[in-house]
Design a protein around this ligand. Structure first.
Ligand code: NAD
Length: 331
């Protein structure tokens, strides 16, 4: 049955990434909300929605809606998430689920009290390359994951004279606080060290100990241009290695023999490396970043079905990890 959704926040991310993918599913956007009148009107026109409001409370009280979606910001996610759950509505929210672990725990409590799910937009789990890597690991063909290495970089996002890394932690780092456990296992210990070239330009290396015994290192920082690829992951196993570059290039290296001295050298199933990258010239849905696939799990979850969509319980873990990271780095 078509899910009737009320949506809060018609900013860049909602209008360019989420809503275009949302409407490919069996949903009807019944009402939209934004405090910016121009954005609200523009989103109404783009997605054919007539009921427009600048008050989140009114949106949440719109008669006939089955669920609320939102992509606004940390404090609004907490306030509006609780309001919607208290009204008995299931919720999808972009990350971060509030600005703190305590806020995420409040949202978890609100979800449990209302008996309604709160799904969180950790779409890195669904980004094409990460999804392939996770499926290879889960297939049993990879054996144990022994190590994870990777990096996630961005550019300096700060106001001169008022350096504040909060946005970097909440809007960027939180993704990998979730993703590492999706790919490996729960984290038993997190430590980190940093180098700060100048205020606003930081690089840090995070060490993860995983419950399964694996070790991990992820470099993160604000010293790279957003105009070049900024993400890479590698999973290390015994004579196996999966590399994911820029979320869309995958290499699965296994245990090939030397080729140079072998006149019969070939490429052999089950031994040689497998690679994948999408064909961007095809007029087909590649959804490389994973928003469509995330929403394919979120929408049935909003309708009460069990799906693998990330929940606020995952959000609490990621936010607690994020706070451990900030304490470790003293940032
Ligand atoms: N998962 C991802 O890859 C990804 C990428 C980008 C952004 N995001 C998340 O999406 C959220 C929004 O990011 P964005 O880049 O679109 O920001 P944005 O500033 O472009 O959009 C936010 C919108 O919310 C509106 N807004 C602010 N306060 C409001 C209120 N009280 N009531 C109603 N509307 C209000 C603003 O007017 C704005 O239009 C953030 O939480 C961000 O972390 C996620």
């Amino acid at each position: 049955m078509t899910l009737k959704i009320g949506w809060i926040g018609c900013g860049v991310h909602a209008t360019q990434m989420l809503l275009p993918q949302l409407v490919r599913h069996d949903v009807e956007i019944v009402a939209l909300c934004d405090i910016d009148g121009n954005r609200l009107q523009s989103a109404g026109r783009q997605f054919g929605v007539q009921t427009l409001t600048n008050k989140a409370e009114d949106l949440i009280n719109t008669p006939g809606i089955d669920a609320v979606g939102m992509a606004v910001g940390p404090d609004q996610h907490l306030a509006f998430g609780k309001m919607a759950l208290e009204r008995g509505l299931p919720v999808f929210m972009e990350k971060p689920p509030s600005g703190s672990a305590a806020g995420a725990r409040e949202l978890l409590a609100a979800s449990e009290k209302s008996g309604k799910p709160l799904l969180v937009g950790f779409m890195k789990r669904y980004s094409a390359g990460n999804k392939i890597a996770a499926n290879i690991v889960r297939s049993g063909q990879f054996g144990s994951v022994l190590g994870l290495t990777g990096y996630y970089m961005t550019a300096p996002g700060y106001f001169v004279g008022n350096v504040d890394y909060t946005g970097f932690f909440l809007h960027h780092c939180v993704h990998y606080m979730d993703l590492v456990s999706f790919l490996v296992s729960p984290v038993s210990k997190l430590t980190a060290r940093k180098v700060e070239k100048e205020p606003g330009k930081v690089l840090f290396h995070i060490n993860f100990d995983f419950e399964c015994g694996a070790i991990g290192t992820v470099a993160m920082g604000t010293i790279q241009s957003r105009g070049a690829p900024v993400e890479r992951l590698e999973l290390m196993g015994d004579h196996q290695r999966i590399e994911v570059d820029n979320v869309i290039e995958v290499r699965w290296n296994r245990n090939p023999p030397f080729k140079v001295d072998d006149p019969q050298a070939s490429l052999v199933d089950g031994v040689d490396s497998l690679t994948w990258k999408p064909n961007f010239t095809a007029a087909a849905n590649e959804d490389p970043k994973g928003y469509h696939s995330l929403l394919a799990d979120v929408i049935p979850a909003l309708q009460g079905k069990q799906t693998p969509a990330p929940t606020i319980a995952d959000g609490v873990i990621a936010m607690e990890r994020l706070e451990t990271l900030r304490r470790e780095l003293d940032l």
